[in-house]
Design a protein around this ligand. Structure first.
Ligand code: LCS
Length: 403
């Protein structure tokens, strides 16, 4: 690259990619502007000798799509570039990426320390699926840094946080958590799904591994399930060789291509998600039937200042509570006409869901209470429709709740 890449803005980098900014990056053979979809399960060897050399690791080359594919690889390089990491690895889902990290770092008898308010699927992996393998997940309130540090012992292998947290939008101090993890020689893993590299770069704040459910804002259109992790070259290489290759949860070339396309509009989409969500949060904050609004952009958010420091925007997710509790939430979700009643998030379509009985139904009642997820909490993923229409629909649905 002739120009200093730091001088270029995020949108320029997201659209052109490392592929077109770095002269030494190989382009597609026919110089297409769009990255080709290499929809091929296997790759031709030039000779039996070359095949043997590639298998022996003496020569580089594509062999088989479970081991590597040019479209997947392009996504991995671009995600690492946008996150400021050395390398990336793409997976069939966010859960495939998260479980790969755990399996790469933990053996039987080991433990991991995690924030307690996380996506319900991650919580299930940590607390239920890992349990028969004798890997213990110690989930705790990671806003209390003293608790986080006390939970670490000689068998701890990683510290895992999600910030902002699904579904409460609680914000954790990435730099402080990294400081504690590093004091104990442990990697800090951050789930950056809610913000994407456009709004937050955990690597710049000391995180060692960043993971995404790329199903969400990276894809952005509700049509793809995928995951990505980024981190140091050695670690990423080890996860590729020891976990992904054997467990096999790779992203398909077509889904990798959809995510590459998603990256090009990520900056404009994220900016608009923030703008729309800020207006919806303001509307809810002043509505008499709403008892609490959890949105990092509101001054009432308990970690508003921390959010301003470590995030470049408040994001598109909102959680709120209704004065009428769970019954009021049920009426609201059945009364909206424009908002789509569905889990997932980060789509162009606005989505509404009920964490306690849907995304976080893997939490017990006491775990929900401890994680700050009351039965009456409703979660919004604010999409890219005209915000007046979104507010109008919420207003009419709130009007159907009997007080
Ligand atoms: N991390 C976060 C923060 C998530 O929200 C999700 C999925 C995952 C990881 C797992 O990614 P996946 O395997 O689904 O690609 N969150 C969902 C949600 O809130 N509703 O449906 C899925």
């Amino acid at each position: 690259m002739s120009k200093d890449e730091r001088a270029l803005g995020f949108a320029t980098i997201a659209i052109h990619g490392k592929r077109r900014l770095h002269k030494d990056e190989p382009g597609p053979p026919v110089r297409s502007v769009s990255v080709p979809i290499y929809q091929s399960s296997t790759f031709v060897f030039e000779s039996a000798e070359q095949g043997a050399r590639i298998f022996a690791g003496e020569e580089e080359g594509y062999v088989y799509t479970r081991i590597g594919n040019p479209t997947q690889e392009r996504l991995e390089i671009e995600m690492a570039f946008l996150e400021g990491a050395e390398a990336g690895l793409a997976f069939a889902s966010g859960m495939a990426a998260i479980s790969a990290i755990v399996f790469a770092l933990c053996r039987s008898g080991d433990n991991l320390v995690a924030s307690e308010t996380i996506y319900g699927g991650t919580h299930k992996l940590f607390r239920q699926t890992l349990s028969p393998l004798a890997i213990e997940a110690r989930e705790l309130d990671a806003t209390r840094l003293d608790c986080l540090e006390r939970a670490i012992d000689s068998r701890t292998r990683l510290v895992y946080i999600e910030t902002p947290a699904n579904p409460t939008l609680q914000i954790l101090d990435i730099e402080a958590c990294a400081g504690i993890a590093h004091r104990h020689g442990l990697p800090l893993v951050v789930d950056n799904t809610f913000l994407t590299p456009y709004l937050q770069n955990p690597i710049h704040l000391g995180a060692d591994v960043v993971v995404h459910s790329a199903t969400k804002y990276i894809g952005g259109h509700g049509d793809t399930v995928a995951g990505v992790l980024v981190g140091k070259k050695d670690f990423v290489g080890r996860v590729r060789a020891e976990i992904l290759r054997d467990l096999g949860g790779i992203v398909s070339p077509f889904n990798a291509w959809l995510l590459l396309r998603g990256l090009k509009t990520l900056p404009v989409r994220m900016a608009k998600h923030c703008e729309n969500a800020s207006e919806v949060a303001q509307f809810l904050a002043f509505h008499p039937k709403v008892s609490a609004v959890h949105y990092p952009g509101l001054r009432t958010h308990p970690q508003h200042e921390l959010g301003l420091r470590q995030q470049r925007g408040p994001g598109g997710m909102i959680a709120f509570e209704l004065a009428g509790g769970r019954e009021a939430g049920r009426v609201l979700m059945n009364s909206v006409e424009l908002w789509t009643l569905a889990v997932s998030l980060g789509d162009v379509d606005s989505l509404i869901e009920h964490p306690a009985t849907m995304t976080h139904s893997t939490y017990s009642e006491s775990e929900l209470a401890s994680a700050g997820i009351p039965p009456g909490m409703v979660r919004l993923s604010v999409g890219l429709e005209d915000v007046d229409d979104l507010v109008y629909d919420l207003k009419q649905a709130l009007g159907r709740i009997r007080t």
